[in-house]
Design a binder for this molecule. Sequence first.
Ligand code: FES
Length: 193
Amino acid sequence: MNRHQGNADRGQPVSGGPAASGRRNFLAEFAAMVCGGLAFLAPVGAGVWMFLDPLRRRGAAAAFLPVTELSGIPDDGVPRQFPVVADRVDAWTGFAAEPIGAVYLCRQKGSQTVEALSATCPHAGCFVEIDKAEKCFRCPCHNSRFTIDGGIVAPSPSPRAMDGLECQVGKNGAVAVKWQNFYTGIAEKVARP
Ligand code: FES
C-alpha cells in the first residue's frame, strides 16, 4: 500500500485529492470576486467624484474676469455699465459665456486706475441704474439711491452702499474685475460662497 492510499484509507485528505481541489476552486473564485469588485468600484468611484464636481467647484474662490479694455472706459468720471460674462455651471449643467452680472466701471481724467461697483442692489438684488441727469444711481425696485461713487443716500431701503469690486488693468490694457456676489438685505458686505 503506498502513502496516498494509506491516507485515503484513514479518511484524511490527500494532496491533489477532491478536498484540495475544492479549496483551490474556492480561493480562485474568491480572488475573482475581489478583482471583479475592484473593477466595478473604480469607475463607480470616479463617476461619483464627477457627479459631485459642480458642488466642489461651487465653493471655489472668486475669479478675475475680463470685462473690457481700458480704452473702452472714457476718462470723464462717469460710470459705464458692462456685462460680466463667464462660463457658468448650474448644478450639473454647463453654460458657456453667459452673462452672470453687471458692473459699473469709472475712470477719472488721465487715470489708468479703474473703479468698479457691482450693479446688483444691496437691498434685494435688482439692477441699479444710473441717472446721468442727477449724477447718481437709482434702483427701480424700491427706489434706493446712491451717489455717483456708490455711497448710500439716506433715507434708503438699501442697508448699505453699493458693493465695490477689485479691478485690475493688465499691461495690454485689459480690464478684469474680481466678480463676487454678496448677501443682500444686510448692512455688512459679506461675499456669498
Ligand atoms: S432691490 Fe434695490 S431698492 Fe430694493
